[in-house]
Design a protein around this ligand. Structure first.
Ligand SMILES: NC(=O)c1ccc[n+]([C@@H]2O[C@H](COP(=O)([O-])OP(=O)(O)OC[C@H]3O[C@@H](n4cnc5c(N)ncnc54)[C@H](O)[C@@H]3O)[C@@H](O)[C@H]2O)c1
Length: 295
């Protein structure tokens, strides 16, 4: 594989394009928004500068990485003559089904279609195409250039040959691919989200405070950040939506989102992105301040 396309130039799309382009792939980066494409190129350039400052990249490699990326606002144009598409558009089922119908129409018959979805069924997305055996999950972690893991998700119909190719591809990007089957939450979120939910329940039931819960998990379990801080980073709305996918997908009460999480999301307290969640964030400050509501 040498030519690939990334659909969606947001947080994940720019990181995925960055990693492929840095590894010598020609990347067509497509988004419906021209402004997002420009923002993505600026972010990639800034992140490449960071790598140069760390001494892990040369100026020449930065230029060749940027030269490998072409931006487009048309999906159909973007997927002509590519061997792989990685879809990283907004997390919405109807939108993804529509994009995969378009990809199936526009991409060549031997092109593999991958999705970076965090929580939507890969099997359901694959069923919107006439090539479900060639549809697979490629779940990169944020920030993509830094995080080593790629969770590879086999849909119900994904062929072993396609899985093998995607595993080899993941390794060629310097990542560590782990193959799992398509059930709600895959592995990463199925294990992570109940832990976050339990941390929120512990706070809701006043077993302990925000700092105590996060400190116990950081110092006791060697987690780099506590579950409440991590939830703020991921976005409390995203955590709620993934918990609902687990709850509905398994029909099991153990995944029911904590009422405190539901209340916080309804009130607009979504974590870092809204300025407040379990902690309060102010621009330019690196201090971790517990929200007044939990003092
Ligand atoms: N943010 C994370 O930490 C994270 C981690 C792993 C996986 N994911 C998954 O990655 C995907 C993207 O998430 P994100 O955080 O980058 O979202 P984002 O909101 O930052 O970016 C989504 C982009 O998709 C574009 N888009 C919307 N409709 C489109 C269409 N029809 N065609 C082309 N582009 C379109 C938007 O303009 C936007 O630029 C989601 O499926 C999400 O679940 C996110």
């Amino acid at each position: 594989m040498k030519n690939i396309s990334v659909i969606g130039a947001g947080t994940m799309g720019n990181g995925i394009a960055h990693v492929f382009a840095q590894n010598g792939f020609k990347v067509n980066l497509a988004d419906i928004s021209q402004a997002q494409l420009e923002k993505a190129l600026a972010t990639i350039s800034k992140n490449l500068d960071r790598q140069i400052a760390k001494g892990t990249l040369t100026e020449d490699s930065k230029q060749s990485t940027l030269d490998n990326i072409t931006t487009l606002t048309s999906i159909a144009e973007g997927v002509k003559n590519v061997e792989l598409v990685v879809e990283a558009a907004t997390e919405n089922l109807e939108l993804k089904l529509d994009i995969f119908r378009q990809l199936d129409e526009a991409a060549s018959g031997d092109c593999i279609l991958a999705t970076n979805t965090s929580s939507i069924s890969v099997t359901k997305i694959a069923a919107a195409t006439r090539r479900p055996q060639m549809v697979i999950g490629m779940h990169f972690m944020n920030p993509v250039p830094v995080m080593k893991l790629v969770e590879i998700i086999n849909g119900y119909a994904t062929s072993q040959e396609v899985t093998g190719k995607i595993v080899d591809l993941g390794k060629s990007l310097g990542k560590v691919p782990c193959v799992v089957n398509d059930y709600p939450g895959f592995i990463a979120n199925r294990v992570l989200m109940p832990m976050i939910n339990e941390a929120i329940y512990s706070l809701y039931e006043r077993v302990a405070g925000v700092e105590e819960i996060d400190t116990i998990m950081k110092l006791g379990m060697a987690h780099p950040m506590g579950p409440l801080q991590l939830a703020d980073f991921i976005g409390l709305d995203v955590c709620l939506s993934i918990l609902n996918v687990l709850y509905q997908g398994f029909g099991n009460q153990k995944y029911a989102p904590c009422p405190l999480l539901v209340n916080m999301v309804n009130a607009g307290y979504k974590g870092v992105k809204s300025g407040e969640g379990f902690y309060k964030y102010s621009a330019g400050s690196k201090d971790l301040l517990v929200s007044e509501r939990f003092k």
